[in-house]
Design a protein around this ligand. Structure first.
Ligand code: C2E
Ligand code: MG
Ligand code: MG
Length: 531
């Protein structure tokens, strides 16, 4: 090697463990360095093989996008790629930077440095909303120390979904493209129809990025409209503010696309999100204080007592008839759910006092279940109206996860000691359902409506429900089926051994409870009865 050449080789290895050149035909033309340690094959064996053999399936579309987007004199990456290896081997990964030197006639120079493989995600290497927000927050923090100028780029390709029409190849190509443009190759997300987000170094305008993505997908601009905006990840904020601000920007984008004003910087997003939260807390808090909601009642029948009404579920309504679910989620986010649940419990108890024979089920958020003050206040109300003892049931919803299990266990047990029954709502809808059944003191489990709706089509739901009923019987827990809309659905849940049922078949939620069976036989969960 002549002296000039050795000098450049020295420079190259100063920042890389392995150097590879990819010829225009896609084959590896040259390899030098720690090939064995990185790829498991010595450098001589890499030469002549297609580059795609060298990179794991999972990251191939991203590497492909990185190579395709490269122009003479330009650099790409670094992105972290997993290297192909034998099954059973520990995963090996490297940060890959690429460069196309004009004099090299289209060959691509690659420098690889050993790196830790980032966690795999479910959707072709793209993040879900939640994990993307976390990754963005982490990158914001690390950029403060590295000095990297990063931005959150929001990209809308309106009309893409209809053009794509669920073509698997196109999905993979798009995911690869988004990742190749994101910081480190693993900071991109699909946020709903035609909406994408990525964290990337500041530079090219976000509109330019959107247009380039479209071009690389081979889609014409007259069928799909590309647009982009960016929020710079700069400013001072506490970790809590950072995640809220990022969520604010992402949520606004998901809800309103780029019509929503995208904050220019993270500091701006902090200000905007605080302002919005204050308004929302104010409005919702006021609505609760003024009791601007009403209650509706839906019958739950006893399948094992000829369909007699067993109790009614209380559902809250803020407007006319629309679902309260968005408000419930907001109340959970804003820490107002306990006040709501308490207000509903209070009014339900008043209803019980006014209506002898009535039994009510009140929904309670997982968050509320972890609050000692809720239970104490309910106990006081029951003590003040002893006639309601034994007529109140709480449905624990799973929309907010339980993080303090011992606290929830103790609270639910206290409610039972006050004569209340506990039902786990929406069983099977959340990831934690099984753990909850094992760990919480329960009297009933309500099987999530989606399984019941699927029932009519036969299939695996029937088996699932039958097993669930058997498990609950062993634990001494009763079962409820919700969203029973048709006779065949009723027939199916009855055959599976479910105790109680609720749904439009028996009655929609209404302003007054349906007829009340004052002396319906008590059901004893889990015990087989004749008839
Ligand atoms: P959930 O407790 O699982 O309530 C059942 C939901 O299914 C209700 O929707 C009800 O109107 C609806 N539904 C009942 N029968 C049928 C049917 O046959 N078919 C179909 N398609 N739907 C049926 P709603 O009232 O919109 O409530 C949505 C969720 O909001 C509730 O789900 C519950 O998680 C929450 N929620 C409602 N009221 C309260 C409350 O006071 N406190 C809390 N924490 N959550 C509440
Ligand atoms: Mg419920
Ligand atoms: Mg439910």
């Amino acid at each position: 090697m002549n002296a000039a050449l050795s000098r450049f080789v020295g420079f190259a290895f100063a920042s890389a463990d392995l150097l590879i050149e990819i010829a225009p035909d896609g084959r590896i033309a040259f390899a030098a360095g720690a090939a064995e340690a990185l790829s498991g094959s010595p450098d001589a064996q890499l030469v002549g093989r297609p580059w795609s053999d060298f990179i794991d399936d999972y990251d191939r579309a991203m590497a492909e996008a990185l190579f395709r987007g490269l122009k003479d004199g330009l650099r790409g990456g670094p992105v972290v790629v997993r290297l192909a290896g034998d099954a059973g081997q520990a995963e090996r990964a490297a940060a890959l930077s690429v460069f196309r030197l004009p004099q090299n006639e289209g060959a691509i120079s690659c420098a690889l440095t050993r790196a830790a493989p980032p966690p795999r995600t479910a959707a072709l290497g793209l993040h879900s909303k939640d994990s993307f927000e976390q990754v963005t927050a982490t990158l914001f923090e690390s950029a403060k120390t590295t000095g990297l100028e990063l931005e959150l780029a929001l990209v809308e390709l309106s009309g893409l979904t209809s053009v794509r029409g669920g073509q698997g190849d196109m999905d993979q190509e798009l995911a690869g493209l988004l990742r190749a443009h994101s910081h480190g190759g693993s900071a991109a997300a699909e946020l709903g129809e035609d909406r994408f987000a990525l964290v990337r170094p500041r530079g090219e305008s976000p509109d330019g990025l959107a247009r380039r993505l479209l071009r690389m997908l081979g889609v014409a601009e007259d069928t799909v409209t590309p647009a982009g905006q960016a929020m710079s990840l700069t400013g001072e904020a506490s970790p809590n503010q950072v995640i809220r601000a990022i969520r604010y920007a992402v949520d606004s984008f998901i809800a309103d696309g780029l019509d929503a004003a995208v904050p220019a910087s993270l500091s701006q997003a902090v200000t905007d999100s605080v302002r919005r939260t204050a308004m929302e807390v104010g409005a919702l808090g006021q609505a609760l204080a003024d009791k601007q909601f009403r209650l509706v009642y839906q019958p739950v029948v006893n399948l094992k007592a000829g369909g007699a009404v067993h109790h009614h579920e209380v559902l809250v309504r803020f407007g006319q008839d629309e679902s309260p679910f968005p408000m419930i989620r907001m109340a959970e986010e804003l820490d107002l759910i306990e006040s709501l649940d308490l207000a509903v419990a209070e009014q339900s108890i008043a209803k019980l006092v006014a209506t002898p024979g009535l039994k009510l089920a009140v929904n309670m958020s997982g968050r509320t279940a972890q609050s000692g003050s809720f239970v104490a206040k309910v106990a006081l109300m029951i003590a003040g109206s002893p006639a309601v003892r034994g007529r109140l049931l709480f449905e624990l919803t799973e929309s907010a996860a339980i993080t303090d299990m011992p606290m929830a266990q103790a609270n639910l047990q206290l409610l039972r000691e006050e004569g209340c029954k506990i039902c786990l709502d929406d069983f099977g809808a959340g990831a934690a359902s099984l753990a909850y059944v094992q760990q919480l003191p329960l009297d009933f489990v309500k099987i999530d409506g989606r399984y019941i709706k699927e029932l009519q089509h036969g299939g695996r739901e029937t088996t699932f429900i039958r097993h669930l009923v058997r498990m609950c019987a062993e634990l001494g827990v009763g079962t409820v089926a919700e969203m029973v809309e048709t006779k065949p659905a009723e027939q199916a849940v009855r055959q599976a051994g479910v105790d109680l049922a609720q749904g439009y078949l028996y009655g929609a939620p209404s302003d007054e409870p349906a007829r009340i069976e004052a002396r319906a036989p008590a059901i004893r969960p889990g015990l087989k009865r004749a008839g």
